[in-house]
Design a protein around this ligand. Structure first.
Ligand SMILES: C[S@@+](CC[C@H](N)C(=O)[O-])C[C@H]1O[C@@H](n2cnc3c(N)ncnc32)[C@H](O)[C@@H]1O
Length: 293
């Protein structure tokens, strides 16, 4: 690899059209994320940040480096950290979590003989998964149950995000949608001013790396809740539909799939019915008997 010997603050040259298309295609093939031409500057800035770290200035040489051999594969996993948008917060879209709470109020009695299973798909640094755990704990209290077994899968392509998620420490600005009492109950204030999720919630979540394009290989199924927000918006519409169809198959009968409002407009799946709540975009998997009707 051709490198200048030290980290450089020098501005990189602009990408030409062919270079942009080459990088755009690589990112989309490997992650599903589609960067439109209007966002070329974003791609260039993110790539440039990593290239400057390496002391590289040539997009073509860097492309060849990333796409060749084992060192290329290792470099790709480092680069992905620069290319993914990982913005998130606790209870980011509150109405969606209210919908989960309503669902759980019924689900807990409907499914009494097995642990409930949830999945946060594209969980970033974990706030969404912990928010689901909070809603579940609140639902247990509301239903008067002392204990009920449940577990949360939380997956993302970014190793760095998953490390942060397992650590469970957050600055104040990430606590966003939590009420004052929720903060006090579920987070401990640390000496450095950050907040750490209490062990009772951390123990419920299993964070693991998964590229959603490799969904077929994931052994996660029979879910009561699949929560997938602000991930599919970066994908082309045909891919959103394809992935949503695959996620629908992973729901247990009666389970719900919650996506972000407006994330897809023209999608139907005969296994599912829309949850009648205008504030959210959620779908319930019909029971097998309903499908036969
Ligand atoms: C904007 S965050 C959304 C976080 C959270 N779901 C929320 O709504 O607040 C999008 C996440 O999707 C992840 N991501 C992007 N492409 C992915 C892929 N192909 N497979 C799995 N995760 C991916 C990113 O790493 C990032 O953490």
């Amino acid at each position: 690899m051709h490198r200048t010997p030290h980290w450089s603050l020098e501005q990189l040259p602009d990408m030409d059209g062919a270079q942009f298309r080459q990088w755009q295609a690589l990112l989309e093939t490997r992650t599903g994320v589609c960067v439109s031409e209007q966002r070329q500057v974003y791609l260039q800035t993110s790539l440039g940040a990593r290239m400057r770290e390496l002391g590289m200035r040539d997009y073509q040489l860097y492309y060849e480096y990333v796409t060749e051999g084992i060192s290329g594969a290792l470099e790709w996993s480092a680069l992905v950290e620069w290319l993914t948008v990982r913005e998130t917060s606790f209870m980011r879209h509150r109405a969606s979590f209210d919908c989960v709470a309503q669902f759980l109020a019924q689900r807990q009695s409907a499914v009494s003989d097995r642990p409930l299973q949830f999945w946060s798909v594209g969980c970033a640094s974990g706030e969404e998964a912990y928010s689901l755990a909070i809603v579940m704990e609140q639902s247990l209290v509301a239903s008067g149950q002392k204990r009920r077994d449940y577990g949360i899968w939380a997956t993302d392509i970014s190793q760095h995000a998953l490390d942060q998620a397992r650590n469970g420490c957050y600055p104040d600005r990430r606590l966003g949608g939590l009420g004052e009492r929720e903060r006090e109950q579920w987070l401990e204030r640390l000496h450095n001013g950050q907040y750490r999720v209490v062990p009772a919630l951390r123990d419920r979540v299993c964070f693991t790396r998964l590229n959603i394009l490799e969904l077929a290989q994931a052994p996660i199924r029979d879910l009561d809740i699949i929560f997938c927000q602000n991930l599919l918006i970066y994908f082309r519409r045909w891919r959103r539909r394809d992935l949503l169809n695959q996620l629908a198959m992973r729901l247990a009968p009666g389970g719900i799939l919650v996506i972000g409002p407006g994330e897809i407009m023209d999608w139907n799946n005969s296994l599912l019915e829309r949850v009648p709540d205008d504030r959210v975009q959620a779908y319930r998997r019909r029971d097998s008997m309903e499908c036969l009707e």
